[in-house]
Design a binder for this molecule. Structure first.
Ligand SMILES: NC(=O)c1ccc[n+]([C@@H]2O[C@H](COP(=O)([O-])OP(=O)(O)OC[C@H]3O[C@@H](n4cnc5c(N)ncnc54)[C@H](OP(=O)(O)O)[C@@H]3O)[C@@H](O)[C@H]2O)c1
Length: 278
């Protein structure tokens, strides 16, 4: 890829940081909320006019799935209005836009992995707001890559593996065993996105750790990779009620790009364990 000017928004998040490490060798501007609030249209317009990036990669989002249930306006501002602002301005200025969405746009009633052409039907405010963001991006800028991912984690940031590994001091850790998804190691996603953007094949893509598993099996794999002996007890979702409903089965697969795949989710666990500092 020739040297490009790239703007990453939401750059302090777990994906934003993985993307920054991936795009070395390019002219990268990494901005988070305090540098550019994507919900402010005039701010977005002014910033992009000054910076003139070739590609904007939007890793900014309101990602607190449970809080979204009671903060609906904030969720829609971050997940729909913000991406819409970026899409309108990038289209006006002839730039491509990469935007991220989620497996939570699906209702989880399927028994086979979800591909890009499956019907969406979110169960939560977060899922609805992310779907609204996808739709706004599609309408406003045809030069888009909408990348749906799932169960994202990194050694940095607030995520399931970091939390569950820090709980390992307990006698028993209880973990839900009836929700299935695709754990995705953020650096693997950043590598795949880097390759995807090079293709110029705009559209909607599923990109997540290959294969699927439950939170319980995911925990067991993490503990095994880290040599943690704590026993893990499977529990049903009913014993761990949360404000937002999650899809019971949201494993992702892709029909869209035959050449760009993420490694199996187990490889993400191995790399996470090798890098984890506790
Ligand atoms: N995490 C997952 O399991 C998961 C699963 C599927 C899809 N995704 C999607 O993947 C993408 C990246 O997620 P992530 O886990 O890396 O998120 P993250 O760690 O929560 O990072 C999001 C970043 O965006 C910033 N931000 C929030 N509102 C903003 C605004 N209005 N303007 C500019 N920046 C803003 C946040 O700042 P503050 O921290 O200061 O608010 C944070 O630094 C998101 O689109 C998310 O919906 C995530």
């Amino acid at each position: 890829m020739r040297r490009s000017r790239i703007l990453i928004t939401g750059a302090h998040g777990q994906l934003g940081q993985a993307l920054q490490r991936q795009y070395t060798g390019h002219e990268v501007t990494a901005w988070d909320l305090q540098d550019l609030d994507i919900t402010q249209f005039e701010q977005v317009k002014k910033a992009l006019a000054q910076l003139r990036p070739h590609v904007v990669i939007n890793a900014a989002a309101f990602t607190q799935v449970d809080d979204a249930e009671t903060n609906q306006d904030t969720a829609y501002r971050g997940n729909a209005l913000g991406p819409r602002n970026l899409a309108v301005v990038t289209y006006d200025m002839g730039m491509a836009l990469v935007h991220f969405s989620t497996d939570y746009v699906f209702d989880g009633r399927q028994t086979r992995p979800y591909h890009e052409f499956d019907r969406t039907n979110p169960l939560s405010v977060y899922g609805h707001s992310k779907l609204a963001g996808e739709e706004a991006v599609r309408v406003a800028n045809p030069r888009h890559f909408i990348v749906r991912t799932a169960w994202l984690y990194h050694t940095i940031g607030k995520n399931f593996p970091n939390t569950i590994c820090r709980m390992a001091g307990q006698d028993v850790v209880r973990v839900v065993n009836d929700q299935y998804g695709s754990p995705t190691f953020a650096p693997h996603l950043a590598q795949a996105v880097f390759r995807l953007v090079e293709t110029d094949a705009h559209g909607t893509y599923h990109m997540a750790g290959a294969g699927g598993t439950s939170w319980y099996e995911f925990t067991k794999a993490l503990y095994q990779a880290l040599g943690i002996q704590t026993s893990v007890m499977p529990i049903p979702t009913a014993q761990y009620p949360r404000p937002a409903r999650r899809p019971a089965y949201a494993v992702l697969t892709s029909l869209q790009h035959p050449l760009i795949h993420l490694p199996p989710w187990e490889e993400g666990v191995r790399e996470f364990a090798a890098q984890w500092k506790g």
